[in-house]
Write a protein that binds this ligand. Structure first.
Ligand SMILES: NC(=O)c1ccc[n+]([C@@H]2O[C@H](COP(=O)([O-])OP(=O)(O)OC[C@H]3O[C@@H](n4cnc5c(N)ncnc54)[C@H](OP(=O)(O)O)[C@@H]3O)[C@@H](O)[C@H]2O)c1
Length: 354
């Protein structure tokens, strides 16, 4: 390789060993960077193949599907996927403006089905009751209930609580959905072949629930750098699904649970605020190469809402089937504990004075 510099009016070849080494180094770095980028893209594509995509084309026309937290992230893409299959999707959201924006966005790509916004704040018992009463005034059936909404806060001292004084993860992620499901049980039973889909997370694995003192975990969580309260609530989701499956077996309501995987959504917005912009910037490659898009993240929820394979799995299983990447997966013993599921059920009824 020849290098030139301008000397007077003549070009003279530069042949110094230093410049040669520099040239080889630059070429080497470019080659390595391009190779790395190509490798990462191939790696990403390979991962995408393992994540699965719901290919089920069930016609959901006329079916009423309730999606909590349907205005963003996984919930919004679930609503889009089910409206595309013809469903009437009731989006239970706490913010009317966000819900209307989500509906407008879905309508850019999907013209079928119906999208209905009904206000729902899962941290408020009154709001949940009003939501159910409005829903049942409007519709006489609920074919699928998707307990999707969720919150994720960083550990705080004191922990974030609802206006009713309940620890926020437990209140929104578990107890609000517990009440909603309880109030919709009769209509779900009355609707042929209905389903309850519980959106949990793989983080349930490090969850722990002391049902004798449900708020002990809130106190224990104060000084922890990890996120036990969210994890506990996701374990509660699975134990709730387990008891629901038991209580509803033989009554025509399928119950299943799922983990959507690691998905790039707004879920972590409260947690990310505690990091500097440099750390958040450094996180971007992780997000790009390891996290699902919201459309990819919604596939397991859509699969659970409409696949006939899920119906078959639920009827032959002793507990609610659990799905990850659109495939049935095994749960750890902590989520298979019948005694814990029954105690959580009783404790939740007591907390809600039901
Ligand atoms: N993202 C992941 O990697 C991941 C992994 C495993 C499990 N999950 C689960 O997936 C579900 C959906 O989360 P996402 O990732 O899609 O996050 P997201 O984009 O933040 O969506 C969460 C939804 O829940 C709603 N919500 C929060 N508090 C609520 C309340 N009090 N009442 C009613 N709705 C409320 C939010 O409404 P606002 O917009 O008004 O806040 C939002 O629509 C959650 O259950 C989460 O635990 C997510």
């Amino acid at each position: 390789m020849d290098f030139y510099y301008l000397k007077g009016s003549n070009y003279t070849p530069l042949d110094s060993p230093g410049l040669r080494i520099l040239g080889v180094t630059v070429m080497g770095m470019i080659t390595i960077s391009v190779g790395l980028a190509v490798g990462l893209v191939v790696f990403r594509k390979w991962r995408e193949r393992t994540w699965g995509w719901c290919t089920c084309s069930t016609d959901m026309t006329g079916k009423v599907v309730v999606v909590t937290g349907g205005n963003s992230g996984i919930g919004k893409e679930t609503a889009r996927g089910l409206a595309a299959r013809g469903a009437i999707v009731v989006m239970g959201c706490r913010d009317a403006r966000k819900a209307q924006e989500a509906i407008a966005d879905i309508r850019k790509t999907v013209s079928t089905g119906d999208l209905v916004f009904l206000e729902l704040d899962l941290s408020s018992v009154d709001s949940i009751r009003v939501f159910v009463s409005r829903l049942l005034t409007k519709f006489k059936r609920v074919d699928v209930l998707i307990n999707n909404a969720g919150v994720y806060y960083p550990p705080q001292d004191p922990p974030v609580t609802t206006t009713e004084g309940l620890e926020i993860h437990f209140a929104v992620n578990h107890l609000g959905h517990f009440l909603l499901t309880h109030l919709l049980t009769d209509v779900l039973v009355a609707t042929p072949q209905s389903r309850i889909v519980v959106v949990s997370s793989e983080l349930y694995k490090s969850g722990h629930l002391d049902v004798d003192d449900l708020f002990k975990s809130a106190r224990d969580g104060r000084s922890s750098s990890r996120q036990p309260l969210y994890n506990n609530s996701k374990l509660a989701n699975l134990l709730h699904a387990r008891q629901l499956h038991k209580n509803l077996s033989g009554r025509g309501v399928l119950v299943c649970a799922l983990s959507p995987g690691f998905v790039y959504t707004g879920l972590f917005r409260h947690a990310l605020r505690q990091y500097s912009w440099i750390k958040r910037f450094a996180f971007l490659p992780v997000a790009y190469f390891f996290m699902k898009t919201t459309a990819q993240g919604a596939q397991t929820s859509i699969h659970c809402a409409c696949s006939s394979k899920v119906m078959a799995a639920a009827s032959s299983s002793s507990g609610p089937p659990y799905y990850s990447h659109c495939r049935q997966a095994a749960l750890l013993p902590v989520a298979l504990n019948d005694e814990a599921a029954a105690s959580l059920w009783e404790a939740s009824l007591r907390l809600l004075r039901l």
